[in-house]
Ligand binder design. Structure first.
Ligand SMILES: NC(=O)c1ccc[n+]([C@@H]2O[C@H](COP(=O)([O-])OP(=O)(O)OC[C@H]3O[C@@H](n4cnc5c(N)ncnc54)[C@H](O)[C@@H]3O)[C@@H](O)[C@H]2O)c1
Ligand SMILES: [Zn+2]
Length: 363
């Protein structure tokens, strides 16, 4: 087994991300169970089938207190306050106290929702994330954003809260549906594009599943490092953290547009097309060369992600929807673009006609 230990130094918070094969067992090495009163595992119905029992038996080896679990129906539609309320009630019934430990076992839906429930119940219980999707490993489980959706308003309710520990066990990826796995790679490509040219060249070589396990661990570790470094500089997203929005301004619009269709785009797929659109804006405004733009588009295709929005819509529809994003309040879009491959630039203003041309390109 290979283990990568990354320390995230926040103002006063410090935690590790353990990335490896069969690394769930590492939980018992990194958490001091003698100080824990009860353990409460939050997971979803798909993840529970595969991993709930193994996690419970691993914990039992080092902890003889009560271990509870709460399983909600898998899916973004259940990432809401109603699920959180049910969890609060169950936590109260189980008499959790501030020395109880919450373990979020699952993808981004579970770590977002579970992190929120943990950090608001009794004004905050400690929590650990065990991430079981690529999206979760390279993005959702690190960085401290937790929360739920409010109706169809994505992530409108939440808090910044850091976990005590994150475990990314790449063995769990073997049961992940292929499309779900591939879409998570969009965030990896994004991390390369905004922060590390050499890394981008490596990860753009081939689809994630074509790399051997050691290389996959290295890829995830570098992605976490990049995200962590950006978050360390700006935990509450007043400046640098906006770099992480690359591809997401257009991406979020496409994601919500396709939401009601018969074949909704996955988040990473929408972000992949969004990255093409936003790289196009950078190219059209002279920030990156034609060659760099082509490199980016070909790379996104090569790793198995889409570069065009296939469903019927119009430039007008997409353009108008750009202004409904919660990050674009005040009617002005501050774009996160690229000034070269490996370097992002936040808060860029762009004229309407260039944006429209870029949108046209992805249709
Ligand atoms: N907090 C953040 O910074 C942040 C960053 C990115 C994404 N997110 C959030 O993350 C969520 C998306 O995360 P996701 O893509 O991991 O989705 P997800 O958690 O819904 O997981 C995708 C699907 O795979 C299933 N699954 C998970 N792990 C599995 C495994 N190992 N084997 C088999 N099935 C498995 C799940 O049950 C689900 O059906 C969104 O809600 C998004 O808003 C948050
Ligand atoms: Zn994203």
């Amino acid at each position: 087994m290979k283990k990568v230990n990354i320390s995230l130094q926040h103002v006063s918070k410090h935690y590790s991300v353990i990335i490896g094969e069969h690394s769930i067992g590492q939980l018992t090495h990194h958490i001091k169970f003698d100080r824990v009163t009860q353990i409460y595992i939050i997971t979803d119905s798909h993840v529970a089938t595969h991993y709930l029992e193994p996690v419970i038996s691993t914990i039992k080896k080092s902890f003889d207190g009560a271990i509870h679990s709460y399983t909600f129906d898998a899916g973004e539609k259940n990432k809401n306050l109603s699920t959180v309320e049910k969890i609060y009630s169950d936590m109260a019934e189980k008499k959790l106290d501030r020395k109880s430990l919450v373990i979020n076992l699952g993808g981004g839906v579970v770590t977002d929702l579970g992190g929120f429930a943990a950090s608001t119940y009794l004004r905050g219980l400690p929590f650990v994330n065990i991430s079981t999707t690529l999206e979760g490993m390279v993005d959702a489980s690190v960085g401290g954003k937790t929360g739920v959706n409010l109706g169809n308003k994505k992530n409108y309710v939440g808090v910044f809260a850091q976990p005590k520990l994150v475990i990314a066990d790449i063995s769990t990826l073997s049961t992940l549906p292929k499309r779900t796995l591939i879409q998570g790679y969009a965030e990896v490509i994004k991390h390369g594009l905004i922060a590390d040219k050499t890394y981008f060249a490596q990860v753009a070589e081939k689809p994630f599943t074509d790399f051997n396990h050691d290389k996959q661990i290295e890829i995830i570790a570098r992605s976490v490092e990049i995200k962590a470094e950006i978050v360390r500089q700006d935990e509450y997203e007043s400046s640098t953290r906006k770099l992480l929005n690359f591809g997401h301004t257009v991406g979020h619009v496409l994601e919500s547009l396709s939401f009601s269709s018969s074949d909704p785009l996955y988040h990473g797929e929408a972000v992949a097309i969004g990255m093409v659109a936003e790289a196009k804006i950078a190219q059209l405004s002279g920030m990156i060369s034609d060659k760099d733009f082509n490199t980016i588009e070909i790379a996104i295709k090569r790793v198995g992600l889409p570069v065009k929005y296939q469903q019927s819509t119009s430039v007008d529809t997409i353009y108008d929807l750009l202004f409904t994003d919660k990050k674009n309040s005040g009617g002005k879009i501050k774009w996160t673009l690229l000034s070269s491959i490996g370097q992002g630039e936040e808060n860029v203003s762009i004229g309407e006609s260039l944006v429209r041309k870029a949108i046209e390109y992805i249709l």
